[in-house]
Design a protein around this ligand. Structure first.
Ligand code: URA
Length: 231
C-alpha cells in the first residue's frame, strides 16, 4: 500500500483544503493507527486514517451507480439547472480528481448512470472500441415497423450530419410503440436520432443496462458505490 501526505490525502478525498488539515490535526479530528495525527505533512497509509471516527471515504477512487431521475443534467454547470452531482454526497463535489459521468444521459432520460473519478475507466467504458453494451427501453409517438430491426442491425444507418454509419444495433420490438435497443457506442442523442431517422419521436427513454450494471433494487434518484473492476 502506497503512503501519501496526510494533507494531500484528505484534500484529494474532499474533506477539506490542505491548509485546513492543519487545524483538523490540532483539533484531534484525525487519527492515524488509532493515535492523534502528528502533523499535516506526515506520511500515512490511507487505510490507517480515521476522520471524526470514521475510516476514509473511498481513498482509492470511486465508481458509483446512480438511478438517474428525469429532470437533471449530466453537467457540472450550475446554470443548466439541477444536475446529477447534486444527488451525491456534498463532500464528493470537492474530490480531486473530480467525479464525472461515464458518458451522458439527456435531461429527460432515466436509468443507469455510472460516475467515477478514475479517468482510465471513463476512457475504457466510453470508447466504441471496447463495445460496452448499453440497453435502452424506448417509447415512441408512432408505431415501430419491424423493418427497423434490420435497418438498425445493418451497420449502414448514417445519422443526419454524420458520415460514419452507426455500428450494428440490436432492436427488439416489445409492443406497438415500445422497443428495447442495445447499442455498443454512445453518440450524441443517438437513440433519439436513430428513431428520428425513421420519422419517430422518442417520448420516453430509460437506460436499463450499462455493461453488467442495472438499477434493480435502486430507487429513482438513489445511488450505490460499486466495486472497482480490475483491468
Ligand atoms: N440516446 C439518446 O438519445 N439520449 C440519451 O439520453 C441516451 C442515448
Amino acid at each position: 500500500m502506497a503512503s501519501a501526505r496526510l494533507d494531500q490525502l484528505l484534500s484529494r478525498c474532499g474533506y477539506c483544503s490542505r491548509r485546513e488539515v492543519r487545524t483538523w490535526v490540532k483539533q484531534g479530528r484525525v487519527l492515524v493507527r488509532g493515535e492523534s495525527a502528528e502533523s499535516a505533512d506526515q506520511r500515512v497509509i490511507a487505510e490507517e486514517v480515521h476522520v471524526d471516527g470514521s475510516p476514509l471515504d473511498s481513498p482509492d477512487g470511486l465508481l458509483v451507480l446512480l438511478h438517474k431521475p428525469a429532470g437533471c443534467v449530466c453537467s457540472h454547470d450550475e446554470a443548466e439547472g439541477q444536475n446529477v452531482y447534486d444527488l451525491l454526497p456534498k463532500r464528493w463535489g470537492h474530490r480531486n480528481p473530480a467525479i464525472n459521468t461515464i458518458g451522458r444521459l439527456d435531461r429527460d432520460t432515466t436509468g443507469v448512470l455510472l460516475l467515477t473519478d478514475l479517468g482510465p475507466l471513463i476512457h475504457r467504458w466510453t470508447s466504441p472500441r471496447h463495445k460496452v453494451p448499453k440497453v435502452y427501453e424506448v417509447t415512441t409517438d408512432l408505431p415501430i415497423e419491424p423493418a427497423l430491426v434490420a435497418l438498425f442491425a445493418s451497420g449502414t444507418l448514417i445519422l443526419e450530419g454524420e458520415t460514419e454509419p452507426c455500428l450494428p444495433a440490436k432492436l427488439e420490438i416489445v409492443d406497438v410503440r415500445q422497443a428495447r435497443l442495445e447499442l455498443t457506442e454512445g453518440r450524441y442523442h443517438q437513440v433519439k436520432r436513430m428513431f428520428g431517422s425513421a420519422g419517430k419521436k422518442v417520448t420516453r427513454l430509460h437506460r436499463s443496462r450499462f455493461g453488467d450494471y442495472g438499477v434493480e433494487g435502486l430507487d429513482v434518484g438513489c445511488w450505490r458505490i460499486l466495486e472497482i473492476p480490475g483491468t
